[in-house]
Design a binder for this molecule. Structure first.
Ligand code: SF4
Ligand code: SF4
Length: 337
């Protein structure tokens, strides 16, 4: 907070930063909980280790289906908005992770023999994302992370209490989006973010690596790739032009991109350089995305059906006509009752 560099611009005042940094607070405490003793930055460079000892004998479920039902139910109880399961896939694991103390690489320290990955999604507040870019909108990101870390740690502890191995992980250890796609949470959009049927692109992701036998979820398709191929709103709106306008390809921009996967690839270094210079998050590509809607409303669910059909150009026209995707003033958010 002392380094927040608040200014008089709308959305960047001290009260905006005060809220944003408070929203991040739980994540930051968990990140630094072992930092002084071990140098770990849990949830960002290292998986979480804040756990009590679990049961010594594994609880025997009647079936994998029953175990999956229980874990899903408990995940929802612990505030997970989305839940899916996929197989462990070495392609998306980091070969090395960053040691913040030594400023060098160190080996990934997850043990072998964790064949299942639980993927959870935490939604981000839609009204706050309308004020992007602003320090205020960073509260949506921070709250997503704080809920994510709470859900991951408690769910991993529950699995340990059942007598199984469970390692909770957020930005550390693996890529989140490919595992989320395999676990059936959604599809990848042109902006390289996960797009879900429930929250569009407004989501933070977490993983639990476990040996508890679970039923694998099926990947889901609802027409995102086809819709993105006729839409370029994120690519046009991105200030540093980090989002490609052309078709999915294996082309990479720099060493921060994934090699050998045909997809829309954002120039991650251009993106990152831009938004850290804002002294908050960016997420303009989330604000302008036509999938950024409140899908509890019937007309937005109708829009989704149209976007996933051959009439997708009509859905794009609908979004252009009826959705105000310009940045909203943060002061409006503060003044709402
Ligand atoms: S977060 Fe901002 S800079 Fe990064 S890709 Fe999205 S719009 Fe571009
Ligand atoms: S803005 Fe358009 S092109 Fe970009 S991810 Fe959203 S739907 Fe796809």
């Amino acid at each position: 907070m002392p380094n927040a560099r608040s200014r008089t611009t709308d959305g960047f005042s001290q009260r905006d930063y005060a809220l944003r940094n408070a929203a991040w607070h739980v994540t930051n405490i968990l990140r630094d909980i072992n930092k002084h003793e071990t140098g770990r930055k849990e949830g960002f460079f290292d998986h979480f280790t804040t756990h009590d000892e679990g049961w010594t004998e594994p609880y025997l479920f009647e079936s994998d289906e029953q175990a999956t039902r229980d874990i899903r139910k408990v995940a929802k109880l612990f505030e997970a908005d989305l839940f899916g399961v996929c197989e462990f896939d070495d392609r998306w694991m980091y070969s090395e992770i960053y040691d913040d103390t030594a400023n060098e690489s160190k080996p990934l320290d997850l043990p072998e023999g964790l064949p299942f990955v639980i993927v959870i999604g935490e939604s981000m507040d839609q009204r706050l994302t309308e004020t992007v870019p602003s320090a205020l909108s960073g509260s949506a990101t921070g709250l997503g992370y704080s809920y994510d870390s709470m859900t991951l740690i408690t769910l991993a502890q529950y699995i340990r209490n059942l007598g199984y191995q469970a390692y909770a992980s957020m930005n550390d250890s693996s890529l989140g989006i490919p595992l989320a796609v395999q676990a059936g949470l959604g599809e990848v959009g042109r902006h390289s973010l996960l797009i879900t049927e429930e929250y569009g692109p407004r989501l933070r992701l977490g993983r639990i690596f476990t040996d508890l036998p679970l039923v694998i979820s099926r990947p889901k398709k609802f027409g995102v790739k086809e819709f993105c191929s006729i839409c370029d709103r994120c690519a046009v709106a991105c200030p540093p032009k980090a989002i490609p306008k052309d078709d999915p390809s294996v082309k990479i921009h720099n060493r921060s991109n994934l090699i050998g996967v045909e997809k829309w690839t954002v120039n991650a270094e251009k993106c990152f350089n831009f938004w850290v210079n804002q002294n908050t998050d960016c997420s303009i590509c989330i604000r302008v995305c036509p999938y950024n809607r409140d899908f509890t409303r019937w007309y937005n669910r109708l829009w989704k059906k149209l976007a996933g059909s051959p009439l997708r150009r009509m859905a794009l026209f609908w979004d252009d006509l009826f959705s105000d995707r310009a940045r909203k003033k943060s002061s409006n958010w503060w003044n709402e009752s």
